[in-house]
Design a protein around this ligand. Structure first.
Ligand code: CMC
Length: 393
């Protein structure tokens, strides 16, 4: 009812009020629950940030211990999930496997389908999601490469356990490198929430129909997969590799990105909200230098990335449109240095974004928000007479 305004991509439409993440695109400010991203990235840990996003406060020592203990208790998944995993051809993209396994939790925990379930039951679903996500992510990778899966090791912290499930092989000893684990933890913090982006809006809108939290998060994973969203981190590395394979001429690719007749875009550049710089990209650029130096990795693709960034930042096309490197521009370079294969990059983003999706889903339900249901302006045919098939030209 009333006047409908069309706003493609919801560029100027607010879908909700929210007390979770503050984002000032003009000044490059990002805060979770009022805490600066720079402080959290330096001083906090991923699970502490998860608690902060979901429950609104930094946990006390006791709350933190309870939270991490509960997550550790639920890392194991039902054995039957292995049968689902086995049904996927090896070589399946891990994002499709991940979203399917998360959605399969609706079958293992059907009580999540009850929209009237109490707070304790909702909290248990939240714990299960956080606990099982790394197990599913590592298993999606094992399926891809055709290796047997590893079970969680509950003596390890969140990131170390994930890395061990990813990389340990049955016949070899595997020790988690603390530098790798720490770098991963920081990357996850930087990805943990970003207000009403495409995947988060998806989670909220699916959840607004009172669908299960598992179904809502699974939908968010699918939204994240696309190259214009979380899939950009994979696309960035593929682009940098293509530039390298082509002889390393960054200007040629810059010209391609500027050519309106060419669909190619500079992956990892531009952002719907940040029009000056992406504060996460700043932290990540520095982290990429640190991590590569600490691990003694020399990656020629990093040099191409730096050259490309420099060229774009001084190019009028990019200046005029306020296009800056975003979070995905350098994250892939760190993931590579940590040994994470390219098609797992977006899965890493999903692990990081999970607490944000959960917090936003919870806020939407607690606010009692109505079902999401945008309107349209119809532009199709008006009245037409039905013509039987034998009379159609
Ligand atoms: N390369 C070349 N031109 C670009 C790019 C780019 N990466 N990004 C935007 N533009 C141009 C676009 O062609 C348009 O030009 P014009 O005004 O001449 O038509 C102008 O800049 C505005 O772009 P837009 O597409 O209207 O902006 P948007 O807010 O709809 O899109 C974006 C934002 C992030 C989808 C887009 O910048 C893009 O496609 N970037 C590359 C993909 C990427 O890195 N995505 C990750 C985003 S950050 C993390 C995440 O969300 O997962």
């Amino acid at each position: 009812s009333g006047l409908i305004t069309i706003d493609p991509g919801f560029k100027n439409t607010g879908s909700t009020t929210s007390a979770i993440t503050y984002l000032d695109g003009e000044n490059g400010i990002l805060k979770y629950r009022g805490y600066k991203i720079e402080d959290l990235a330096e001083k906090s840990s991923f699970l502490e940030v998860a608690y902060l996003l979901i429950y609104g406060e930094l946990p006390t020592q006791k709350e933190y211990e309870k939270f991490t203990r509960e997550i550790t208790t639920h890392t194991l998944v039902h054995e039957d999930i292995k049968k689902i995993l086995d049904g996927f051809p090896s070589n399946s993209h891990p994002m499709g496997v991940l979203s399917s396994l998360i959605c399969s939790l609706t079958a293992f925990y059907p009580e999540s389908l009850d929209p009237t379930r109490n707070e304790d039951a909702v909290n248990l679903s939240i714990i299960r999601l956080l606990a099982k996500m790394p197990t599913f992510a590592a298993w999606a990778f094992k399926n891809k490469v055709g290796h047997p899966v590893n079970y969680p090791d509950n003596s390890l912290d969140y990131c170390s356990n994930f890395l061990k499930m990813m990389f340990a092989l049955p016949a070899e000893r595997y020790d988690v490198d603390p530098v790798v684990s720490k770098a991963l933890d920081q990357l996850l913090i930087l990805h943990a929430d970003h207000e009403q982006n495409c995947s988060t809006s998806t989670v909220r809108i699916v959840g607004s129909s009172q669908a299960s939290i598992y179904a809502s998060i699974s939908a968010g994973i699918n939204a994240l997969w696309g190259p214009l969203h979380g899939g950009a981190n994979q696309a960035v590395i593929e682009m940098l590799e293509a530039i390298k394979a082509d002889g390393g001429d960054t200007k040629k690719f810059l010209d391609k990105a500027k050519d309106k007749n060419d669909p190619f875009r500079l992956m990892g550049f531009g952002h719907r909200v940040y029009k000056n710089f992406d504060p996460r990209a700043k932290i990540i650029k520095k982290a990429a230098d640190d991590v590569l130096a600490k691990l003694g990795v020399n990656d020629p693709v990093l040099d191409i990335a730096k050259e490309l960034e420099e060229a774009a930042l001084s190019d009028q096309y990019f200046v005029d449109r306020n296009l800056y490197p975003n979070v995905d521009f350098y994250s892939g370079i760190i993931y590579r240095a940590l040994g994470i294969p390219t098609d797992m990059f977006t899965v890493m983003f999903a692990i990081g974004r999970l607490p944000g999706w959960i917090a936003q889903w919870k806020e939407m339900r607690e606010n009692g928000e109505p079902i999401g249901r945008p309107r349209q302006i119809y532009t199709g045919a008006t009245d037409r007479e039905y013509v039987s098939m034998n009379k159609r030209g």
